[in-house]
Design a protein around this ligand. Structure first.
Ligand code: EPU
Length: 430
């Protein structure tokens, strides 16, 4: 068990550099399967989801060289069409990108149903609808998704997504880049990582236009030849440090960001009373007083991201007044509110809305990281709270945050990590 132990109350001061975007990296790595030459990829975050995907690609026969902590060279020329190991695939949601990438490369995919954070039912019907529009036959049997291209290969098609889905938009792009003719995807997601995947594929020789708008057009090409690419900074990691600075208090310069991607978070934190200053590739958050209440509703980009919902809820937990958080993307992303309640927060969930009555103080205790972003929210809560907070199952946090302990320690936080068979309790640390 990995646990984080936090002594709350220390303000955050200094600067923190943001790593590459997790949700871009976890699509770009499977996308290397489509490339016949070498891909040099920079700014790859060193997080456990990425390490898992590299293990899967390695198992499939990819040649992978680490040229530095965040730079990889990947050559998938000799990959055989092996079924990726089920025990690895089931541990990560993004393994669904192997379906689009394998289908595009080999005309056949056989991938275990993806795992990942549990926010209620997370179907992949829109991905399948897209593959079928390209002529594939797709079956879900025995916990696997099996997809096959017709004899003469996939051909361009027209897909209208019924739900704005990040995963479906990217997966259909992956399946379409090497097929004959033009694919049009309508009502697509517009998140920065969608543009990043399109830019990566275009840098390798694909012809994709419209990424970042509602309609993406993919003109199929014969081959992708390889090249170099740098992944964009992580919007959610940046937002998490912004929320931490606002909730805990202090003055933090968040470096290596694209401020445009953070507009909705900047606006919300300003509304709540934090001082936010934008620079070309950095953002400063300063907060010296208790934040004010606000309301937020999560929605697809450019709306407020669902992946920032638990972190902003922690800002509201100690703000003055009553805030409402409405989840507009998932059925069930409020499991963490019970943990916040154990720390003295006053949160009541009614359907898709959490009603948060701000309290002046939260107190440390033993809590559980229910998932990646909920875990990040528990870290912020622990930094705000009086006394000691122990976060169990902190491995979830390491799926998406590179060196969170080192980065927060540099900002003055008192946080440490323990890995133990016998979980530490608050009684052990006093
Ligand atoms: N949905 C369907 N059918 C589909 C696909 C999605 O009904 O075929 C529904 C989902 O159940 C959900 C909504 O549509 O209610 C949106 O899901 P989406 O497909 O956009 O999410 P995803 O691709 O599964 C990615 C990120 C998530 C992030 C969401 C939303 C990756 C690997 N995951 O998931 O990231 O919450 O987009 O932005 O990119 C995280 O990083 O913590 C995380 C959970």
């Amino acid at each position: 068990m990995i646990q984080y132990i936090i002594q709350g109350g220390a303000k955050l001061n200094g600067s923190v550099a943001i790593s590459g975007a997790k949700n871009a990296a976890v699509a770009i790595l499977p996308a290397t399967l489509l490339v016949s030459g070498r891909c040099r990829i920079e700014n790859v975050p060193d997080i456990s989801d990425v390490r898992l995907l590299l293990e899967i690609l390695n198992d499939m026969g990819a040649e992978i060289h680490r040229l530095g902590r965040n730079t990889l060279e990947i050559n998938c020329a000799h990959v055989r069409n092996a079924t990726a190991p089920i025990e690895l695939v089931r541990r990560i949601r993004a393994s669904y990108y192997l379906i689009g990438a394998e289908l595009g490369r080999f005309g056949h995919a056989n991938v275990a149903m993806p795992g990942g954070c549990n926010f209620g039912v997370r179907p992949i019907d829109q991905h399948i609808k897209g593959f079928e529009a390209l002529g594939a036959m797709v079956e879900q049997t025995g916990g696997y998704v099996v997809a096959d291209a017709p004899k003469n290969g996939l051909r361009g098609g027209h897909v209208y997504l019924d739900i704005v889905s990040v995963g479906a938009t990217m997966n259909i792009m992956l399946a379409a880049v090497l097929c004959s003719g033009m694919t049009i995807i309508e009502n697509c997601a517009k998140e920065p990582h969608i543009v990043d995947l399109a830019n990566f594929l275009n840098a390798m020789g694909a012809k994709i236009s419209g990424a970042g708008t509602d309609i993406i057009k993919v003109r199929g090409v014969r081959a992708l030849s390889g090249g170099s690419y740098t992944i964009i900074p992580d919007q959610i990691e940046a937002g998490t440090y912004m929320a931490a600075a606002a909730a805990v208090g202090g003055n933090v310069l968040i470096e290596n960001v694209i401020p445009k991607h953070l507009d909705c978070i900047t606006a919300k934190l300003r509304e709540m009373g934090a001082e936010v200053t934008e620079y070309d590739d950095a953002i400063r958050v300063e907060s010296n007083y208790r934040l004010h209440r606000s309301n937020v509703k999560t929605m697809p980009y450019p709306g407020f991201p669902t992946d920032m919902q638990p972190q902003i809820a922690v800002c509201m937990a100690t703000a003055v007044g009553t805030s409402l958080v409405t989840e507009g993307v998932y059925d069930n992303r409020f499991r963490y509110t019970a943990e916040l309640g154990r720390m003295g927060a006053s949160v009541q969930v009614e359907g898709k809305t959490a009603i948060i009555d701000g309290v002046p103080h939260m107190h440390g205790c033993s809590v559980h990281a229910c998932d990646l972003r909920a875990g990040a929210a528990m870290v912020i809560a622990g930094l705000c709270a009086d006394g000691t907070t122990i976060i169990d199952d902190a491995h979830y946090i390491e799926r998406g945050y590179e060196d969170i302990i080192g980065k927060l320690t540099n900002l003055g936080a008192r946080i440490r990590r323990v890995e133990t068979f016998e979980p530490v309790t608050t009684a052990d640390v006093g």
